[in-house]
Design a protein around this ligand. Structure first.
Ligand code: FES
Ligand SMILES: [Fe+2]
Length: 435
């Protein structure tokens, strides 16, 4: 059982809070590139409780600076896009993309006050459809060489969605291999050949069994958790009646991401990024080890379920997530439709804005969650004691590759060999991942 203080420590994201300090020491998704695609590439971004403005300047370079003008607080999202920065429309103070005030046209001639005026600014980099920001002290860590960044743009599709809850409960649904057998249960199986772009609609590994059937018929996986240089690997074993074993490998990439198989061809790398203590975005990179991704189709599938510009799901707590008791009786476990994102969204939002972990009762199958919280607490202690001295940070972040995320079928007991072989076969047939 957890104390309220311990829950606050691992959930709250202010710059002085434990989790907030750790999360600031890693690159975090700030926006999708497509959000900057219009004829005015200036958008508000709220990240880790800070209000910022992200823009592309006239030279095409990105800047991420404080949203409120340091003069008297007007909103720089309405700034004039001039030179290589933004000019506040209120009194004309001009900021470059590093946040430095470079001109105060209404102040007396010759005034050098602007040299002392600087607003918050954070480094940003753009990778395969997502703009990442570093909001921590000192130099940012090297960028990890994950599959989703190694793949060419043609093989990655990025999207995001709003969840109205704390980031940690959102992340924890991704390191909980049992819930897929219940929350995402379909009482009837669709034809796997029609499941493009959707999770759990393929065949299980190289069998003819639909993944939905496997999850439904084998609801008690044996779960193994291993800590790794990037975070942790979760291996869920489902021992089939015919003597074979289904091995599903998913990952937690410390601190806010997971990497999981979506289908035999694609993986999902998903970050759960705090907007503030009580809201978060999931950002996903869908990465194909086979054909180029059909971005138009995947975007269209997701835009049917989300509203722009804030990527808020159309099904949400205000309309009971589309809950239909008849559907629950005959078609799905939740009665909330076939989009598994909605199931996860209901699960994590219905806990309350910040889950009250003083009231929870973790079981044996919550081992991934237990181990993750231990890692996060250790990271908080390390940051408090040594500043930036996390084991993932000492130059090692740039060395991280993969991680292996795959479904496999094995006969014998060496599951490591089973999933590695399946992953190696997939990489061997893939131009960008051949290594
Ligand atoms: S409030 Fe921005 S220039 Fe005055
Ligand atoms: Fe889920």
């Amino acid at each position: 059982m957890m104390s309220k203080d311990a829950n606050d420590l691992i959930t709250r994201v202010g710059a002085e809070n434990g989790a907030g300090k750790v999360l600031r020491r890693y690159w975090q998704p700030a926006a999708l590139s497509e959000e900057l695609a219009g004829n005015r590439p200036v958008i508000p971004v709220r990240l880790l409780g800070e209000d910022l403005v992200l823009f592309r300047d006239n030279e095409g370079e990105l800047g991420l600076i404080g949203r409120h003008c340091p003069h008297r607080g007007a909103d720089l999202c309405f700034g004039r896009r001039e030179d290589n920065g933004l000019r506040c429309p209120f009194h004309g103070w001009h900021f470059d993309r590093t946040g430095q005030c470079v001109e105060q046209p209404g102040e007396p001639d010759g005034s050098r006050m602007h040299e002392q005026i600087r607003t918050a600014s954070y480094p940003v980099v753009e990778r395969n459809g997502i703009v990442f920001a570093y909001m921590g002290p000192g130099d940012p860590p090297p960028f990890p060489a994950l599959d989703c960044f190694a793949a060419p743009d043609t093989h990655v599709f990025a999207f995001k969605g709003l969840w109205e809850c704390n980031w940690l409960q959102a992340l924890e649904v991704g390191i909980d291999p049992v819930h897929a057998s219940f929350l995402h249960r379909f009482l009837q199986d669709e034809d796997p050949s029609e499941g493009y772009g959707k999770q759990f609609r393929d065949r299980a590994a190289n069998t003819e069994i639909p993944m939905t059937q496997l999850l439904r018929e084998y609801p008690r996986p044996e779960i193994q958790v291993e800590e790794t240089d990037y975070g942790m690997r979760l291996i869920a074993l489902r021992h089939l009646d015919d003597g074979r074993t289904h091995v599903r490998v998913t990952n937690q990439i410390f601190p806010t991401a997971i990497c999981i198989p979506m289908s035999n061809e694609m993986t999902i790398t998903q970050w759960h990024v705090p907007i503030d203590d009580e809201n978060c975005y999931w950002y996903s990179m869908f990465t194909s080890f086979g054909a180029p991704v059909n971005k138009d189709l995947m975007r269209e599938q997701r835009l049917k379920e989300h509203r722009l510009p804030d990527y808020a799901p159309l099904k949400n707590k205000r309309n009971n997530y589309g809950y239909d008791p008849e559907e629950q009786a005959s078609e799905t476990y939740t009665g909330m439709g076939l989009d598994i994102n909605v199931h996860d969204q209901w699960a994590v939002e219905s806990m309350g804005r910040i889950q009250d972990r003083t009231q929870e009762h973790l079981g044996k199958t919550d081992v991934g969650i237990i181990r993750y919280r231990r890692m996060l607490r250790a990271a908080i202690e390390a940051v408090d004691a040594n500043g930036t001295d996390l084991k993932m940070q000492n130059g090692a972040t740039g060395q991280i590759t993969g991680p292996v995320s795959v479904d496999a079928i094995g006969e014998g007991g060496d599951w490591t060999e089973t999933y590695r072989t399946r992953d190696a076969e997939r990489r061997a047939g893939c131009d960008w991942a051949r290594g």
